[in-house]
Design a binder for this molecule. Structure first.
Ligand code: FE2
Length: 388
């Protein structure tokens, strides 16, 4: 039997101003004592105060933990758990980009179940829920608001631990593109490419299914024509709205299919060299797609068609050639640096390649790729990406 296992947040509110509906969404879930998990930027910009004021007006007192870090670590999550336990909370509101959202999921889990985050990394699957999580993304985006995953870095081993299971699926997601107008261009480009990568990988994954396919194609249709637009004009409301919707659709797609080789090889680059997640994906996407495409030509050709860069009637080979050209052009136009240009030391990169290959393989993501690499092939791809 071929049965797709689909899981989604119970509640979505999608559209400009959706984040203002937090009080009524909490009420509808019977929740009243939220901990907001966010970051220092959103705190200092007054965004958290806006959220708190909305809650206060509805008679809901919230506390805010703003000490999450980019690529959240075990220590930063533990600090959040301690903060939560110093108050009385019945839910966690993740507010921010992927790092605050992933932190919120981990804090909500450990607050209920205890233990260390490393206990929960793949292949462990954590389905029994922790505290309910309500996700409000401010980037478009990691799609974390719609996924059953969190990614926490073990700072002792520099490993980005992929932690899967229904426990990490938010109960509600408030998807409000108006929160993304102030996103800087670099972050807009990196998070947008991350979303595009989610959609492509979900579609070509061995775990793809008709439900995730539909979401992945919708995401590509939304993201591809709007990525350059939002980078060129941050206040383009229609393009911001499409990117935000596309990011959430891409999150739904990969949460119900999987990511694949790009993400598998990207996490170690992020963990060891602190390259932002979307950027390390972007560095890998053209080379990994070119290497993988012969194993799933028709699927990659569909991606090109959904992205509007190949004609519906065009043959697969030619459509895939257009996809590869487009991915290279995106990187050029959005000024994605290679690893060397980003400042990574050549000797350190070289020395870490075997570790990165082992960590990529251990995450399980490469095994979902249409073409599954052995360690030598992954090392060859890392070398190709280094050479640019
Ligand atoms: Fe991602």
């Amino acid at each position: 039997m071929n049965i797709a296992s689909i899981a989604l947040p119970r509640i979505f509110r999608i559209g400009g101003g959706a984040s203002k509906q937090l009080p009524e969404v909490l009420a509808s879930l019977g929740l009243s004592r939220p901990l907001i998990v966010t970051d220092a930027y959103l705190m200092s910009s007054g965004r958290v105060a806006e959220l708190e004021n909305g809650l206060a007006a509805a008679g809901i007192a919230a506390r805010a933990f703003a000490d999450t870090v980019p690529d959240p670590t075990v220590a930063s999550v533990d600090a959040g758990v301690a903060f939560l336990k110093a108050g009385e909370h019945d839910c966690v509101v993740g507010f921010g980009g992927g790092s605050p959202l992933d932190s919120a999921k981990a804090i909500a889990l450990l607050a209920s179940h205890g233990g260390a985050m490393a206990d929960y990394k793949a292949p462990h699957v954590q389905d029994a829920p922790g505290l309910p999580v309500i996700a409000i993304p401010t980037t478009a985006g990691t799609g974390s608001e719609a996924t059953r995953f969190t990614i926490i870095t073990d700072e002792a081993t520099d490993e980005k631990m992929l932690c899967p299971g229904l426990a990490y699926l938010p109960v509600a997601a408030l998807v409000d593109y108006e929160l993304t107008f102030t996103k800087p261009v670099r972050l807009t480009a990196d998070t947008g490419i991350d979303s595009l990568t989610h959609a492509i990988e979900a579609y070509v994954s061995k775990r793809a299914n008709p439900f995730s396919d539909g979401m992945a194609l919708l995401a590509m249709r939304a993201i591809a024509p709007n990525l350059r637009r939002v980078c060129g004009d941050p206040m383009d409301a229609a393009a911001r709205e499409a990117m935000m919707l596309g990011a959430t659709q891409a999150g739904i797609a990969f949460s119900n299919s999987s990511v694949a080789l790009v993400h598998g090889m990207s996490r170690p680059i992020g963990a060891h060299f602190h390259v932002p997640h979307g950027l390390s994906n972007a560095m890998l996407l053209p080379a990994v797609t070119a290497w993988s495409a012969p194993a799933a030509l028709h699927r990659y050709a569909d991606c090109a068609r959904a992205m509007g860069i190949a004609d519906e009637a065009e043959g697969d080979q030619s459509a895939v050639a257009r996809l590869l050209d487009e991915l290279a052009a995106l990187n050029r136009e959005l000024e994605v640096p290679g690893p060397a240009a980003w400042g990574i030391d050549a000797a350190r990169w070289e020395a870490l390649v075997p570790t990165m290959c082992a960590q990529a393989a251990a995450s399980g993501s490469p095994a979902n790729n249409p073409r599954v690499p052995d360690v030598e092939e992954m090392a060859m791809l890392y070398a190709q990406v280094w050479a640019g």
